[in-house]
Design a protein around this ligand. Sequence first.
Ligand code: SF4
Ligand code: SF4
Length: 449
Amino acid sequence: RRHPCRAVPASSSSTSPSARGMKPGTPRQLYPAKEHCSRCGLCDTKHIASVKEACAFLGEGMGRMGALEEVVHGRRRNESAENDEAMFGVTQDIFYATNTRPQAGVQWTGIVTEMALRALEEGVVEGVICTSAEENDRLAAKPILATTRDEVLSSGGVKPCYSPTLSVLEEVEARGLKRIMFIGVGCQVQALRSIESALGLEKLYVVGTNCTDNGDREGLDKFLKAASSSPETVVGYEFMQDYRVHLKHTKGSTIENDYEEVPYFCLPSNHLAHGVIGEPCRSCFDYTNGLADVVVGYMAVPWRRMEMTKHATYVTVRNDRGREMVDLVRDRLSRERVEDHRGIIGREGLVVQTVEADDLAYFGRGPDQGAPRFVGELIATLLEFLGPRGMEFARYSIEYHYIRNYLHTMRTFDGVKTKDASQHIPSYAKAIVEKYNKAGDVDKLLKVE
Ligand code: SF4
Ligand code: SF4
């Protein structure tokens, strides 16, 4: 594979992470991308020498997505507005799937965990770079190189905060492993793809997950305290397609059936507008993990009136390596066609309303309290029946996040990280902004102070 971002070979690096003081635990402000650093872990390795070309938040940052897609998938995504690739990325196949025999402790039905187990046990890879949890904190990320079944299983379940997963590359190199699976999110995968040619691997399989609105561990605490009546027992949560946040609690918690459901509209938006979602995640344009070989996520699956974690997830196969991973677990998958309902309330109006409400909260002009419970339930129920569902809900979520992040990027990057903030924004995200800016509505928001 030819890389446009020529990575400096590992052996020629003279800047060790320790020489720079870059190691897990170092405050983000000291990393090259400073407050925009998502702690992907690259700078905790000798590959920090390539940070200017590899970091998703320096120089052209995510503006490099198209060129990297060509290298990784052999072509760029089709960016025409009528084509779903413009939002979901390069796609060979897309479908809903459920793992019929989930392992214990997985987030949804454990398709990603199953791929990792099979790849390891069948000798396709020698190790899996994945994210386990800290011993005393089940939600805090601890990246590991898993080479046994138990180690893979220890990584089941989401850790909804930054993870310096690429830091594990040092161990891969030290142990001389050559066939590796990497499980991670978009900003990590972009950095990984940018230095892939310098790693000397024989095979690299990248299994991605969707990711948006991430942040640090403290931000996660702030969110859980606002959203849950028992934040200390939460093991996972998701913004589901019934317009409610579903929070799963430890077995035997004080919450009825160990599940809590809170309408989006009941969350205190002013309070959560700062200190929860990290700066990089407000400048991220890779929700769908465009450079992974295969991506497994929830976003495009309708609410099915069952426990959150029993839902199907949607699988996006981007290339032949991704297909290889799906084939490994084919006998465990129950597969369905994707659903796509436009709804009576079209997504475009919903996108505009969500962006405007978010922007008000960002400037402290939103409501201090969430809506009363009965009002929140009513709005959520109306939207559940009349709003977009399935793939259309995913398009709503992508468009809203990319416009919100466009505003943030233009406000905070200009003259700071790049000569021109718009360099950081991929063309597919700019096209979404242009669609909503025909009457200058996005520009108007940009002028608000
Ligand atoms: Fe380094 Fe990753 Fe932070 Fe960029 S995001 S500065 S590559 S650790
Ligand atoms: Fe990285 Fe984007 Fe996820 Fe933030 S939202 S952790 S920047 S992939």
